[in-house]
Design a binder for this molecule. Structure first.
Ligand SMILES: *[C@@H]1O[C@H](CO)[C@@H](O)[C@H](O)[C@H]1NC(C)=O
Ligand SMILES: *[C@@H]1O[C@H](CO)[C@@H](O)[C@H](O)[C@H]1NC(C)=O
Ligand SMILES: *[C@@H]1O[C@H](CO)[C@@H](O)[C@H](O)[C@H]1NC(C)=O
Ligand SMILES: *[C@@H]1O[C@H](CO)[C@@H](O)[C@H](O)[C@H]1NC(C)=O
Ligand SMILES: *[C@@H]1O[C@H](CO)[C@@H](O)[C@H](O)[C@H]1NC(C)=O
Ligand SMILES: *[C@@H]1O[C@H](CO)[C@@H](O)[C@H](O)[C@H]1NC(C)=O
Ligand SMILES: *[C@@H]1O[C@H](CO)[C@@H](O)[C@H](O)[C@H]1NC(C)=O
Ligand SMILES: *[C@@H]1O[C@H](CO)[C@@H](O)[C@H](O)[C@H]1NC(C)=O
Length: 819
């Protein structure tokens, strides 16, 4: 269908580009064949094509390259003779009869302009263009077709395709590095390159010439330390391999029909990932580095910490001062910082210690040392034993953390980053005393505060208990100890026994089922005293251990807000783990707003009340609760309504903890629901409070319009609800968005204001979106607002390739919705 159109378009372009006459639809050449002007190789599945082309405007220079066959925008992913163009139309790719190697010949001049350098000779060599875009040379007689004598994937140009390896084959001495084209018209290697730097603690590095330009930070078991946006996502899986034979990074598509690539661009010194958007016939850019000023290599010098949002962005780490305080200006930053007090390493009487810094991108690993079987204590001792050791940390942050990484000499290229890591930096004893003293004060305050909090909880619990006769329902109270940074904190929460819950839910009867998600089933139940509850029975496969579950319970128990659904207790018996919530009589928001008849129950004033309640609940999660919590799955079905139609956000925190722990085994899961997910989260797994703001914006549009963002249809265009709202906004008729059943009850200016706020929330770039505190303020007054920029994900079904994952991924989160 569409493919046919593309073929036609592709053919047209080829005609224009190279005087194309007829294509041999073969993917292979043998010794007696060659590829010359006007002929191409096409991979078996038709994805890639190899042939001659001229880049940009020029047509004098001819290159042999590989490009996507089935997309209409000519996108070259590999070039053979990038150093040496052929200046006429006499080029031919063939297999040399003597050396059995792949050569590119300029026939007119009889010059070999390029050759593959396989060292092994094959008796009957063939060259084949594979479906992943790899051009390989192999022996046609070899039974194993994957025994490549040579492959183009080992000699990348500016593009990293799925399946390509970035990094080293140590056995062959092969360093697979990407290098940008000099410019759009010249594919010869520019000075902007990207590869893996082989240190004891390897990391990916971008160079501008011979200078480092950007470091990703070392691989910490989950991701590169300085690239926390690399997360499990529905588009691709990634891995980093480091052993005595190989050190490389690679990624693979999860759905083979998505087209994505990473490309180095010297025009503005950036590396971008693109995804092909079929409906628009364009490459859509996502994640690119450098992301900001702090990504510039060593901007702040030794012991300087680059913090976006600070002025100046370069700040000395605690215990250090600027080397040249008078000239602390951008040009001088790289001078860095020096210690306020010298280390006492050599001194017999005093010893150094360490201060823990958190949220950092780990420093340059050039002078590092790693032992993967040491623990943190041994690591500390190891570091302390050598005066030039300046810092240590776990080399692998999976689980509780393991392994030991040590830095010798100055620490450079440190930055503050969301999702950053701990680093223990060596300090003289004098600095530590101050530090320790302060820490003691913090601990004291903390202990007092938590004693008060626990006291209040205990009181609240007793009041609650006497009121609702929880006494009979409870077997016992368990004390849960949660180890936190500096001390222990106790908390009491009702523990229900399994029999009570089984009884309340009629033995988990299917009739009592309220909903189901990837983490288990939700049941409605009635306790003996008549109180209604909602029971979330976590599936055994949720992979949560006992401690994680307890921490989860403590986390949720600490959240107290009238717009968050309340946890009443929990139950653990063997493998069986359950959370017991208050039951909401009016089910969930989606039950009302997407139904013409039931929608009338919620008039505009009720809806506005819901909107404001949601905003406050989310603000509490983001900023006001003691813990910063990113909900990650805000949607209409997760908004429960009490008897007075007050909104209560449910499933808070669950997604975060579950998702966070499920990095192994279930890496393909992005927790959340398509249609509500912000683009940077859905595609790059990058989540922040701003991705929640995006979901809130969608919810706002849905409440105003009574339409679902996903599954939105309009006969006039293929846009989704966001796209539709954006279109109406730009055309100056936003009020046409309003749900017809609201027409009598609404205040036009207020509803218009809400649409405006929602469009600010769904802007493409997270940094443009307001924070929840701004949203709450915006909703409270009808003062003027900034003009929204283009929103993210405006295309509807069939257009954005990501939509195809919806059906498989929607189930990753439990929904408390009614049926
Ligand atoms: C290479 O050998 C094949 C047969 O093995 C022959 O058909 C072809 O013409 C030869 N090519 C050249 C350039 O000599
Ligand atoms: C070979 O070179 C001659 C003279 O420079 C030129 O006229 C001819 O077009 C060239 N052949 C091809 C195939 O480019
Ligand atoms: C193989 O060719 C590449 C360029 O295509 C070159 O950089 C490399 O050094 C060559 N390797 C050997 C072993 O000749
Ligand atoms: C590089 O970036 C420039 C603009 O900054 C853009 O015009 C060009 O198409 C990009 N090149 C590639 C190969 O993506
Ligand atoms: C230039 O690079 C940045 C990343 O550094 C990227 O976000 C931007 O889109 C690029 N500009 C153009 C015009 O492509
Ligand atoms: C790494 O640490 C382990 C455990 O402490 C030790 O047995 C081993 O010798 C260390 N390896 C190196 C190379 O230091
Ligand atoms: C400390 O470590 C450095 C770097 O590895 C090394 O050169 C030096 O010899 C070590 N010093 C001692 C006393 O072990
Ligand atoms: C992959 O994408 C295609 C269309 O692009 C879709 O038909 C298919 O269902 C998708 N497969 C999965 C497993 O999502």
């Amino acid at each position: 269908m569409d493919f046919y159109v593309f073929m036609l378009m592709g053919a047209n372009i080829l005609l224009i580009f190279s005087g194309f006459s007829n294509s041999i639809a073969a993917d292979t050449i043998t010794q007696s064949q060659s590829i010359s002007e006007g002929r191409t190789l096409v991979s078996k599945d038709g994805s890639f094509e190899l042939g001659f082309f001229s880049p940009g405007g020029s047509s004098d220079y001819r290159y042999l390259g590989i490009w996507y066959k089935n997309i209409p925008v000519r996108t070259v992913v590999w070039v053979a003779n990038r150093h040496k163009p052929i200046k006429d139309l006499s080029g031919a790719l063939m297999i040399n009869n003597r050396s059995k190697n792949l050569v590119l010949l300029s026939q007119n001049t009889s010059v070999v302009v390029w050759s593959a350098n396989s060292t092994k000779e094959a008796s009957s060599p063939i060259a084949q263009l594979l479906d992943d875009g790899n051009l390989v040379l192999r022996d046609g007689k070899d039974e194993n077709p994957e025994n490549y004598l040579w492959q183009s994937f080992d000699y990348p140009c500016d593009t990293l395709l799925p399946g390509m390896k970035l990094g080293w084959d140590l056995k062959k001495g092969l360093d697979r590095r990407l290098s940008a084209w000099k410019n759009m018209d010249d594919p010869s290697p520019g000075d902007f390159t990207w590869g893996i730097q082989l240190t004891n603690y390897p990391e990916a590095v971008m160079w501008k010439g011979s200078e480092k330009f950007y470091r990703s930070g070392p691989w910490n078991g989950l991701r590169f330390s300085g690239a926390p946006e690399l997360k499990a996502n529905p588009v691709f899986e990634f891995k980093f391999v480091s052993n005595e034979n190989e050190v490389f990074y690679t990624y693979q598509l999860i759905n083979k029909s998505v087209i994505t690539r990473m490309v180095m661009n010297q025009t503005n010194y950036s590396r971008q990932r693109f995804i092909w958007i079929e409906a628009d016939s364009r490459w859509s850019p996502y994640a690119s580095v450098p992301r900001d000023n702090c990504d510039s290599y060593n901007l702040c010098g030794a012991y300087g910490n680059c913090i976006i949002g600070e002025s100046p962005v370069c700040q000395c780490l605690k215990g250090f001062r600027s080397k040249s305080p008078e000239t602390w200006n951008p040009e001088e930053w790289s001078q860095g910082c020096v210690r306020t007090t010298q280390l006492s390493c050599q001194d017999e009487d005093t010893t150094d210690g360490f201060i823990k810094f958190s949220g950092l991108k780990l420093p340059d690993t050039t002078n590092s040392w790693v032992n993967r079987s040491m623990n943190l204590k041994e690591c500390r001792i190891k570091c302390l034993s050598n005066c030039s050791c300046m810092a240590y940390t776990n080399s692998d942050i999976r689980g509780e953390g393991s392994g030991c990484a040590i830095w010798y000499g100055d620490l450079i290229d440190i930055r503050q980053i969301q999702g950053g890591q701990d680093l223990y930096i060596r300090m003289p004893a004098s600095e530590l005393e101050g530090g320790e003293h302060k820490r003691m004060v913090v601990i004291v305050i903390y202990v007092v505060a938590s004693a008060i909090v626990s006291g209040m909880l205990v009181i609240a619990y007793f009041i609650c208990r006497s009121r609702t006769k929880f006494r009979e329902k409870m077997e016992s109270n368990v004390r849960i100890d949660q180890s936190i940074e500096e001390g222990k904190e106790d908390l009491e929460l009702p523990l229900f026994d399994l029999a009570t819950i089984a009884n309340a839910t009629n033995n988990f009867s299917i009739d009592n089922k309220l909903g189901e998600g990837g983490f288990g089933v939700v049941y409605r139940g009635t306790l003996e005293d008549g109180q209604q509850i909602a029971v979330k029975r976590l599936s055994r496969s949720s992979g949560q251990g006992l401690n994680e579950f307890k921490n989860e319970v403590i986390l949720i128990a600490k959240l107290q807000h009238r717009n968050l659904v309340r946890l009443l207790g929990f139950s653990i018996q063997g493998e069986e783990k359950m959370l017991i919530y208050e039951y909401m009589t009016n089910k969930s928001l989606d039950f009302f707003i997407f139904d013409q008849a039931k929608g009338k129950v919620l008039d505009w004033s009720k809806r506005f009340n819901i909107i404001c309640g949601l905003a406050r609940g989310l603000l509490y999660l983001h900023e006001d609760s003691r813990l910063r919590i990113i909900h990650r799955d805000l949607k209409a079905s997760n908004v429960l309504l009490d008897s007075e139609m007050n909104p209560k956000i449910s499933d808070f925190g669950m997604a975060k903890t579950f998702g966070g722990d499920q990095t192994e085994g279930n890496t393909n899961r992005v927790v959340g629901t398509y249609g509500y997910m912000a683009p940077e989260y859905a595609i790059d797994g990058l989540f922040s409070v701003k991705s929640d703001v995006f979901s809130f914006g969608i919810l706002l549009l849905e409440i105003v319009s009574g339409k679902k963002n996903r599954g939105f249809h309009n006969p006039d265009h293929s846009l989704n609800l966001i796209g539709h709202a954006w279109k109406l906004w730009q055309e100056g008729r936003p009020l046409e968005l309003i749900d017809t059943c609201l027409e009598d009850s609404c205040t036009a200016s207020q509803i218009l204001h809400c649409i405006h706020v929602s469009l600010l929330c769904v802007q493409l770039h997270p940094e443009d979106r307001p924070s929840m505190s701004s949203v709450v303020m915006m909703l409270a007054s009808e003062s003027s607002l900034p003009e929204p920029k283009e929103p993210g994900f405006i295309l509807g079904k069939n257009s954005l390739k990501l939509d195809q994952f919806s059906s498989t991924n929607e189930i990753t989160v439990t929904r408390l919705e009614a049926r």
